[in-house]
Structures are given as structure tokens and as C-alpha cells.
Design a protein around this ligand. Structure first.
Ligand SMILES: [Zn+2]
Length: 222
């Protein structure tokens, strides 16, 4: 899943209006942001395998630190605790932690059985939505629209950046999503580990957009 994770970040603004969209994107994408680093350091591994599922040419055969259930719980607690340490806002910290955890649940729905429970990894889980291009795009796009609507209901633009910056982020993410599905597979494994780090750009972009928007008054207190 790709834009589905961003959908969760956008929608979570409604549950925690005081948290920047940048932090929510960081949370929902945390394990995918960590993953390229673990690949670079040789701790986790991926192989290019066109047809692995209809959606992805990647075989995620070894990624227990970032993508096991245990890992997901650990990353959720870590980021939730860091947020709480800085902001002392229990509800927001809880939402941030839940956003991190939501990544594993969405991956569980989409991946073929390649998600381990713990670091050892003898049984793997995944419901395999990615075997269907049509159903994947339909479900993920629907989630994405819901996320955009909820974010727009919670915030309003402060200036033009809050409008143009927001809609260009939404459009670029969707274009990358389509490119990932219909474009050619990556040339090699190390390009995944290097290019994957570009995803940090969307975290920065989301922080930037969020600074140029304000919470609608009726939502900020709810
Ligand atoms: Zn993932």
C-alpha cells in the first residue's frame, strides 16, 4: 500500500487536529521510511521479482525489524512516546502511535503472506489484496479520497501555499502511486534502498503544507 498510508495520515488530522500533517505522515509511513535504511545497512533484504503480486515486482522476503507485528508495536510505542515527551498531549501521542501501527494493518490487507509476527520469522501473514490491480486501486483510492475530505474538513488554507502546496502534494502522491503500479520495475535492489529515502521529501512537504493551513475553529476544540 502506498497512498493508503497517506490517507490514514490525512484522516488522522480530524482525530488529532493539533498534530502537524508532517508528523502524521511520518507516523503512518515510519516503517517504510526506516526500511530503505535497513536495506542499505544490509539488515533487511528485498529482491526484484516481477509478478510477485499483480501490483508489485518486489519480493519482501526479509524485513522483520520494520515489518513484523512485533516491530510495528515497537515503532508505534517509540514514536508515540517521543511525541508525548515533546508535547505532553496524551491524546495526540496516542493518535501518532496508532498511525504508526495502522501501517502494519494496511500492509496485512494488501501484501501476500510475507509479514512476520516476530524477528525470527517462521510464519508469514498477508491477505493478498495486491493480487488484484483493480481492487487495490479501488480500495486505496477510496481511502485516499476519504483522507483528503477529512483533512479539508478539519483545516482551511491560511494562504495560497496552503492551497497549491496541498493539492500538488495530493496530485504528486497519486501520480507516483500510478507510476509504481504501471511503470517498469526498479533496475536493481540497491536503487530501491537509495531512492526509497526520497520519501522523506513527502514528510517535509506535509509539514510545509500544514504550516500554511489552520484548524477550522469548530474542529480544533472537538
Ligand atoms: Zn510497508
Amino acid at each position: 500500500m502506498f497512498i493508503g498510508h497517506f490517507a490514514v495520515a490525512l484522516a488522522s488530522k480530524k482525530a488529532a487536529p493539533n498534530v502537524s500533517l508532517g508528523t502524521l505522515v511520518l507516523a503512518a509511513q515510519l516503517v517504510d521510511l526506516a526500511w530503505p535504511l535497513f536495506l542499505l545497512f544490509g539488515i533487511e533484504h528485498v529482491r526484484i521479482d516481477p509478478g510477485n503480486t499483480a501490483i508489485t515486482p518486489l519480493d519482501f522476503y526479509d524485513y522483520p525489524v520494520t515489518h513484523s507485528l512485533l516491530g510495528a508495536i515497537g515503532w508505534s510505542l517509540i514514536l508515540g512516546a517521543i511525541y508525548y515527551a515533546f508535547r505532553h498531549d496524551r491524546r495526540s501521542a496516542f493518535v501518532v502511535g496508532l498511525c504508526v501501527f495502522s501501517h502494519w494493518i494496511l500492509d496485512l490487507i494488501t501484501h501476500r503472506p510475507d509479514l512476520p509476527l516476530g524477528l525470527g520469522g517462521d510464519s508469514y501473514f498477508g491477505l493478498g489484496l495486491w493480487n488484484s490491480v483493480g481492487w487495490t486501486i479501488a480500495l486505496e483510492t477510496a481511502l485516499y479520497i476519504v483522507g483528503v475530505v477529512l483533512y479539508l474538513r478539519t483545516t482551511e488554507r491560511k494562504d495560497r501555499v496552503g492551497f497549491i502546496g496541498f493539492w500538488s502534494l495530493i496530485a504528486v502522491l497519486f501520480a507516483i502511486y500510478m507510476g509504481n503500479i504501471f511503470g517498469p520495475p526498479p533496475p536493481n535492489e540497491s536503487s530501491i534502498a537509495i531512492l526509497g529515502n526520497a520519501a522523506w521529501l513527502f514528510v517535509i512537504w506535509a509539514y510545509w503544507v500544514d504550516r500554511h493551513r489552520v484548524n477550522k475553529t469548530s474542529e480544533a476544540t472537538s
